[in-house]
Unconditional design. Structure first.
Length: 202
């Protein structure tokens, strides 16, 4: 193969690989930024969609994708999630419960007038945060819940998997450091005790 053909072949290969190198990788971590007051979280990727909640500068989010000028987020834990207690097996009597039927709406507040955050199905587990007097339970935000925000107020970062792996390594390193510190303190105490008592047999 002469140099001209080789160069053309190389261009085709590079053209095929380039989209994969430049394409966004989701999910990825992100952070709310450049917001003067708060950032509206919406139920759909449009400005007239219902507002599900609000975020402030510095709030961390998980970005799942993008549509137009909106980012699709895993609904942040800062948002409220409520479910009717009569749709749970134990009526929210404990700290955990199980959904009793399919397509149960999780809402942004304790009542039917609030917007739908997501739907849960029979067998899905929920963590109870509090129970309202009108038989609605506030639950931890389900991982399947999604929402939308204006992308211009989100600083997107590294892929979520990489961030999670780094946090795992940092946690493991911290645990090893704590264990080593504990062993060192024990060793120092034992040495001090030996010095105080003197050599054995004296």
């Amino acid at each position: 193969m002469n140099s001209g053909r080789f160069f053309i072949s190389l261009l085709f290969v590079f053209a095929g690989v380039l989209p994969f190198l430049t394409a966004d990788t989701y999910p990825k971590v992100g952070k709310v930024a450049n917001v003067s007051n708060y950032l509206n979280v919406r139920s759909e990727p449009k400005m007239d969609a219902s507002v599900m909640g609000k975020l402030k500068n510095g709030d961390e989010v998980v970005v799942l994708g993008k549509e137009g000028e909106f980012y699709k987020l895993q609904s942040p834990k800062q948002l409220d999630a409520w479910i009717a207690t009569w749709l749970l097996l134990d009526n929210a009597s404990g700290r955990n419960d199980v959904v009793s039927r399919d397509k149960v709406n999780v809402r942004g507040g304790p009542g039917m007038e609030h917007g739908v955050v997501c739907q849960l199905d029979k067998g899905d587990k929920v963590d109870i945060v509090e129970v309202h007097k009108n038989k609605w339970a506030k639950i931890s935000m389900p991982t399947k819940a999604v929402c939308w925000v204006s992308s211009k107020f989100i600083e997107s970062g590294e892929p979520l998997k990489i961030a999670q792996e780094r946090e795992k390594r940092q946690s493991e390193a911290s645990q090893l450091l704590e264990a080593a510190s504990a062993r060192l303190k024990t060793s120092i105490k034992e040495n001090n005790l030996t010095v105080a008592l003197g050599p054995a047999g004296t």
